[in-house]
Write a protein that binds this ligand. Structure first.
Ligand SMILES: Nc1ncnc2c1ncn2[C@@H]1O[C@H](COP(=O)(O)OP(=O)(O)OP(=O)(O)O)[C@@H](O)[C@H]1O
Length: 875
């Protein structure tokens, strides 16, 4: 059966007041909303009275009454004896008149029913009915015993309430009559559903509402009197505390053994003590409220004033009292009075809560940080008198675990701290963002912007916050307004905006939607176009360089080992030593003029070492711009610098792990990197740029140079400690002029190689060969190789003749440039000037640094380096 109390969910504000004041804890809190459990509810209406939010309402009897009033049957209203307390003195008689005006044929007093059952109580008490006899006039008490103290059911008086007794008397006399009870009690609405006797129940408050709605001006009505039989005075006092007891013929007969319970807080302890056998009264005159003059639907709840009004009516009576038959006279006139059945039966409706084990209780308590007895504050904020009682409710699913106020407060403080921290972090992230960030609400009002965006606008963030997108656009602070467009189109948009400072920004606006699909925020992300262009150029250069680096390294590493062509005893000796060195892990320093084949020897050592399956990485320290060399060698971590890849990148040293690292042109390694390299050689670990964690590397280092490192170390341009660390095994590759016997085999080798490469079958005449062998090859093997390639490609005939050779090889020395010396200057400066002039000439003649290298007989990296040097020094 549904209960009589309803909860308006959205009004419930988690105050737990209803839980606290419910005597039987019939309130379940679920998702923060309290709802009454009809199976546990005793319909006392207390939760309705204490709910400050008016979230609890009582089932209304108005509709049912209206329906009855529309019927043609005989309609009788029965007024509870507490009515004088509900209305002012001059209104009382007029209430009866108002009820008749509304359509009731008669208005009876419920005190009649009280007199009827009073006799029954007399009988039960005199016949010693299963003491203690517990009165059953209060339906909330009956519910309490049936649902929560079923063992006391045999002691409940088997007599109906005065309301039911009055209803039944009327229906016996007028079987067709419809009876509406009007009283102070909400529990009567529940009783009506369980026991036959009345057709509707109205509270005094509902009656007032009906009178108001029907536009009845009660003050203008002539007072009217009660119909029906006249009850004895004593029974008009039924609703006050002990009213039933005092109505007994000889109450003092039982006074010592009677207890009058009329306070809500006393009801439970009384029944508990009787139930436990601790307390053994003879008669229990028990009401849930302070008599029936203090219910949840009573406007003025001052018990004493209410009680006085009831007693006044009891003494003064009604104007027509003397004209009415008494109850006993009325019964005598009835033909079938003996058929009046005033008995009531009860049944157990007990729904007990499950008892959790101690372990279960502990688990629940622990969740809210209650680990010891001291932690159990029993503050009652949750509505339960103790933390354990609440734990039992949680276990039974009628309370929520986090209903604990101290726990929530601690949690909230923590949460607040976390939110503050998070906000601080977010602000720091947003403010440190390189991109400009601008946030508006769904109306286009500026909520926040970061420093970068404020910089674009040339304004302080504070001066922009609160301004509308439209205003920003009109005043040209930023134009056009992306926020406006996003709000209009409701989609992500990108466009170029111009700011008041003349900056152009590339901006992307994103709408943020709420659950209903409305745009609640617009987040604009912007980049300065000028910076963007600059970055893209930088990134392009960076990528190009890396591709070049990776390709050159991989070429060496992955391609077939180039043949070392040599028949000279000097080279044979060198290779023999190189082979021996290859077997061990020592650092090798390869010295020799440019283009003699130092790189080739390094590769030879790697391929013949135990590391041959590992990588062979070649780094030309002279050809990578100094600004990039560090990151190329040591790698970098995420976001270490502008243009860095997002995920970071290992350096070439790290890439050479388990293999060999050739540091070519080591003499060009900047001093700061020399220190870092020394650390790697000594500690066998490195730290990426922007990183903190050292990375272990197992590499063999081979350094190569055409410079006099020892001299450089003496002059302080190369670290001495690094020089000694590298110079463990020095290998000197002899220049080609010192091993002329290798020239012819090398020419044959390169002829065959390029013929194959270009699909040709060129050969060379003996004269040409002789001239080539006799040339002194300042650029060594590289110069020779380049010339042969050019001859194979450019020679018109199948056989390359001496005429096709450059003049300087044919014996005629290359024409000497006239270098004017106008005075004494340091030799080094003179050398620089000469080099500079030569480079200037070469730049004019050649398209690439490779061509320049060939023309000047040095390798390309030397050209790059020297050009850079002259540029830097602006010589
Ligand atoms: N003995 C050789 N047999 C075949 N090819 C050789 C020989 N020596 C050198 N070369 C070729 O000559 C070119 C220059 O050699 P390498 O780059 O090893 O010289 P390098 O001394 O390292 O030059 P740099 O000092 O400019 O770095 C390469 O193409 C290499 O293959």
């Amino acid at each position: 059966m549904p209960g009589i109390v309803r909860t308006e969910k959205n009004k419930c504000k988690q105050c737990y007041s209803c839980v606290r004041h419910c005597p039987v804890k019939a309130v379940r809190v679920k998702n923060g909303q309290a709802e009454v459990l009809s199976e546990r509810c005793i319909a006392c209406g207390n939760c309705v009275k204490v709910c400050s939010q008016n979230a609890k309402t009582i089932e209304s009897g108005i509709d049912k009454t209206l329906e009855i009033l529309h019927r043609k049957e005989f309609k009788i209203a029965i007024l509870a004896p507490s009515f004088p307390a509900a209305f002012t003195k001059d209104i009382c008689g007029r209430i009866i008149a108002a009820l008749k005006m509304m359509g009731f044929d008669e208005v009876w007093e419920v005190a009649v029913g009280a007199e009827l059952i009073g006799e029954k109580y007399e009988e039960l008490l005199n016949n010693r009915f299963k003491p203690p006899l517990i009165s059953s006039a209060c339906p909330a008490v009956v519910n309490l015993i049936e649902k929560h103290f079923p063992s006391l059911i045999p002691h409940l008086s088997p007599v109906v309430s005065p309301m039911i007794a009055t209803g039944r008397l009327i229906k016996l006399e007028y079987p067709e009559a419809l009876v509406v009870f009007i009283g102070p009690c909400v529990a009567k609405k529940d009783e009506m559903k369980q026991v036959e006797g009345v057709d509707a129940v109205l509270t005094f408050k509902e009656l007032e509402d009906m009178i108001f709605t029907k536009n009845i001006d009660i003050t203008r009505l002539e007072p009217s009197c009660f119909d029906g039989p006249l009850p004895q005075k004593a029974f008009r006092g039924f609703p006050v505390s002990g009213g039933l007891f005092l109505s007994l013929k000889d109450p003092f007969n039982f006074s010592r053994k009677t207890v009058i319970v009329d306070k809500r807080e006393d009801v439970l302890p009384c029944l508990e003590s009787i139930d436990s056998g601790e307390y053994n009264p003879y008669f229990v005159d028990i009401l849930m409220c302070g008599g029936c003059v203090e219910g949840p639907h009573f406007k003025d709840t001052n018990y004493f004033a209410n009680r006085e009004k009831v007693e006044e009516f009891l003494l003064q009576g009604d104007k027509n009292d003397k004209d009415r038959d008494t109850v006993s006279e009325y019964l005598m006139h009835m033909k079938n009075a003996q058929e009046l059945d005033l008995t009531r039966r009860y049944s157990s409706k007990a729904v007990f809560l499950k008892s959790p084990s101690e372990e279960d209780i502990r688990k629940i308590l622990n969740y809210t940080n209650k680990y010891s007895l001291q932690d159990e504050l029993n503050c009652g904020a949750c509505g339960y008198s103790s933390c354990r009682e609440k734990a039992v409710a949680v276990y039974n699913g009628i309370a929520e675990i986090d209903m604990c106020l101290p726990f929530l407060l601690t949690k909230e403080i923590k949460e607040k701290k976390r939110t503050e921290e998070f906000n601080r972090e977010m602000n720091a992230i947003i403010d440190s963002s390189y991109d400009g960030i601008f946030v508006s609400d769904g109306e286009g009002k500026t909520l926040r912007l970061n420093r970068a965006f404020a910089r674009f606008l040339g304004k302080s963030p504070e001066s922009v916050i609160g301004l509308k997108a439209d205003d920003l656009e009109k005043s040209r602070i930023i134009y056009p307004s992306l926020t406006k467009l996003v709000l209009k189109e409701k989609r992500r948009l990108t466009l170029i905006q111009e700011t008041g400072t003349g900056k152009k920004v590339l901006a992307t606006g994103n709408p943020i939607f709420d659950e209903e699909g409305r745009v609640v925020r617009v987040v604009v992300n912007a980049r300065d176009m000028a910076e963007l262009n600059h970055l893209s150029r930088e990134a392009l250069d960076f990528e190009k360089l890396k591709t070049y680096m990776e390709q050159s390294s991989l070429e060496l590493n992955q391609g077939p080992l180039p043949r070392i062509v040599s028949i000279s005893p000097l080279m044979e000796e060198l290779l023999r030593i190189a082979l021996r060195v290859a077997a061990v892990n020592s650092t090798v320093l390869i010295l020799g003029e440019s283009g003699v084949g130092k790189g080739l020897i390094a590769r030879f050592i790697h391929e013949n070492s135990p590391r041959k399956k590992g990588p062979f990485i070649k780094v030309n320290c002279g050809s990578i711009p100094e600004s990039l060399l560090e990151s190329e060698l040591f790698g970098y971590e995420t976001g270490a610098f502008t243009g860095a890849r997002r995920e970071g990148k290992p350096g070439l040293i790290e890439m050479a792990h388990k293999g060999t690292l050739l540091l070519d042109e080591i003499g060009d390694l900047p001093l700061n990197l020399q220190v870092k390299l020394l650390q790697v050689l000594q500690e066998k670990e490195l730290t990426r740029i922007g990183g903190t964690k050292p990375i272990e590397v197992d590499i063999r280092v081979i350094a190569a140079t055409n410079k006099d490192l020892r001299k450089m170390a003496e002059e302080g341009t190369f670290r001495e400690d690094l020089y000694y660390r590298l110079n463990v095994v020095p290998l000197v590759v002899p220049p080609l002029r010192d091993r002329k016997e290798d020239v012819e085999p090398l020419i044959d080798y390169f002829m065959a190689y390029f013929n194959k490469n270009y699909g040709m079958t060129k050969s060379i005449t003996e004269d040409a060969m002789k001239a080539l062998v006799n040339y002194s090859w300042p650029g060594n093997v590289r110069e020779l190789e380049n010339l042969i390639e050019r001859l194979v490609v450019t020679s018109e005939r199948n056989c390359i003749t001496i005429q096709e050779l450059p003049e300087f090889i044919r014996g005629k020395k290359p024409p000497l440039q006239k270098i004017t010396v106008e005075g004494i200057m340091p030799l080094k400066k003179a050398q620089d000037l000469v080099e500079q002039q030569l480079l200037e000439l070469a730049v004019k003649q050649c398209n690439t640094t490779y061509e320049m290298a060939e023309l000047l007989g040095v390798n390309q990296s030397t050209i790059v380096r020297k050009l850079q040097r002259f540029k830097d020094k602006q010589i």
